[in-house]
Design a protein around this ligand. Structure first.
Ligand SMILES: [Fe+2]
Ligand SMILES: [Fe+2]
Length: 495
């Protein structure tokens, strides 16, 4: 149902058995390691094309049966979008209509420039070189890049719909394909083909899913937590409350959202000894590398605060000294990771960059064991395990020795952080009742579901030899790490 995978043929995902073995050893379990490699088959049918879409309705204007008081929504151009909003704020696709897209011409002053004319956009038919905004952890950046907008559902893969600009997210300037379990009101017994808009902390995941009377929620207000959203992301096909948060390393989550410091011009975070090769890099690759490392730097920098908070939580729970020492050492490791990432970002950008002040409003240690367990599972047992696996794979993929060395160091140290997380979880669950174990189990379920989908990566060049992977490659890598490391360790701990 999700967009079809297009993993590059021959992209090699290494075995993560050694990482699993080290975590098992940290948990005091017998080590079971297996070697070898798995080559991801680009034709393996990831995501498939099957699903619940059987018909598409055409033609009729917005019917009143969607809900009483439904308001038709316009496209950016003002034309009817085929969507309607109900008085409770929910948005539904009523019918398929043709989308209009308007993409401003490039000005040549965008933050990332990866094309000059439409002739550079040859990946798919109908490519346009234009200017558009993209938002990441560091704020909004403008891109001059190739855009392959859809006009109708027929331009998208099976199981997808063409979402016109203007329906949601006003900064989206062109129509794009989104995952669709329904295409129109007629596809759903309830008459409501709902649009799920899920901010997972790294980007927006948009999905069309039928509403049903038995849904766990209808609006965010039903979730009650203040930060969870009522959504149906990642092909789940049912509406439920989900917290935001997608992880690459250990994020600093504050009320469910990853917080980072803005970047500023400064050179004191740089390692003088780390000098990546920049001569001969294509302009778009270099710009994409600068953006990539800026994002990693911001998360690594925030990880320092995350471990500082974790230390306070361990103290509050009366943790043993080995866990506290591990948390302190991990914070030191994250200082080095942030410095390395800012060094690389500065080198690729050609300008010295470092972190500005990190807002600590609301960054308080949790005091309930349940909250600490849930965060530990998502941030460390899953987040840092995946982070270690990604860095291990990238260390073997990149050509520049400076990059390979950086990934090696990150892989080794993130692996230790993952071990620390699993050991801390084992300590917290030791002698705990069923409630705490159930909390851990549902936190695993959430994190695994979130990381099982191909992530949306920032637009720009895909260059595995420089560490720039496509969303499909990252998705394949993460799913393998989840299957080889996270799931077996989870079973060993929780049964
Ligand atoms: Fe790190
Ligand atoms: Fe870490």
């Amino acid at each position: 149902m999700r967009k079809a995978s297009s993993i590059h043929r021959g992209f090699l995902v290494p075995s993560f058995a050694p990482l699993r073995a080290s975590i098992w050893a940290a948990l005091g379990l017998s080590v079971s390691a297996c070697g070898g490699h798995v080559t991801v088959d680009p034709a393996s049918g990831e995501g498939g094309g099957e699903g619940g879409v059987t018909t598409s309705s055409t033609g009729t204007p917005a019917p009143s049966f969607v809900c009483d008081g439904a308001v038709p929504l316009p496209q950016r151009s003002g034309a009817y979008s085929g969507y309607a909003r109900c008085p409770d704020g929910t948005i539904h696709r009523v019918e398929a209509v043709a989308c209009e897209s308007s993409l401003p011409a490039c000005q040549g002053i965008e933050d990332v420039i990866s094309c000059k004319t439409d002739a550079d956009c040859t990946e798919k038919p109908g490519g346009k070189c234009g200017s558009y905004p993209s938002t990441d952890f560091n704020g909004t950046a403008w891109h001059c890049g190739c855009v392959y907008a859809c006009a109708t559902d027929q331009d998208c893969d099976p199981g997808q719909a063409c979402l016109c600009p203007g329906v949601v997210l006003p900064d989206r300037l062109h129509a794009r394909c989104v995952s669709a379990g329904c295409l129109a009101s007629d596809d759903c017994a309830s008459g409501e083909c709902g649009l799920s808009v899920y901010d997972d902390g790294c980007g927006f995941e948009l999905d069309l899913v039928c509403r049903a009377p038995g849904d766990a929620c209808r609006t965010d207000a039903d979730c009650g937590s203040g930060y969870e959203a009522c959504v149906a992301p990642y092909d789940r096909l049912e509406w439920a409350c989900s917290p935001p948060g997608c992880f690459d390393g250990r994020p600093l989550l504050v009320e469910g959202r990853a917080r980072t410091a803005r970047r500023v011009a400064r050179s004191d975070w740089a390692f003088a000894s780390l000098t990546p090769e920049t001569a001969g890099l294509r302009g778009d690759v270099r710009a994409a590398l600068a953006a990539h490392w800026r994002e990693i730097a911001a998360v690594e920098h925030a990880s320092i605060a995350s471990f500082a908070r974790f230390s306070l939580e361990l103290l509050a729970l009366g943790a043993p000294p080995a866990l506290l020492a591990g948390a302190q050492q991990a914070a030191m490791d994250e200082v080095a990771h942030a410095r390395a990432a800012y060094t690389l970002a500065s080198a690729y950008a050609g300008a010295a960059l470092g972190p500005g002040p990190l807002d600590m409003t609301g960054v308080a240690p949790a005091t309930s064991a349940a909250a600490i367990v849930a965060a530990l599972v998502e941030e460390a047992c899953v987040g840092e395990t995946i982070s270690a696996a990604q860095a291990r794979a990238l260390a073997g993929l990149v050509r520049d020795p400076a990059l390979a060395g950086t990934y090696e160091r990150i892989a080794e140290e993130e692996g230790r952080h993952a071990e620390l997380g699993w050991r801390a979880l084992a300590w917290l669950l030791g002698g705990a009742g069923d409630d705490l174990r159930a909390t851990a189990a549902s936190a695993f379920d959430r994190a695994v579901a979130r990381l099982s989908a191909d992530p949306e990566v920032a637009p720009g060049a895909v260059a595995p030899e420089h560490g720039l992977l496509s969303g499909a490659m990252l998705g394949a890598l993460r799913r393998q790490a989840l299957a080889e490391v996270v799931e077996p360790c989870r079973r060993a701990l929780l049964g």
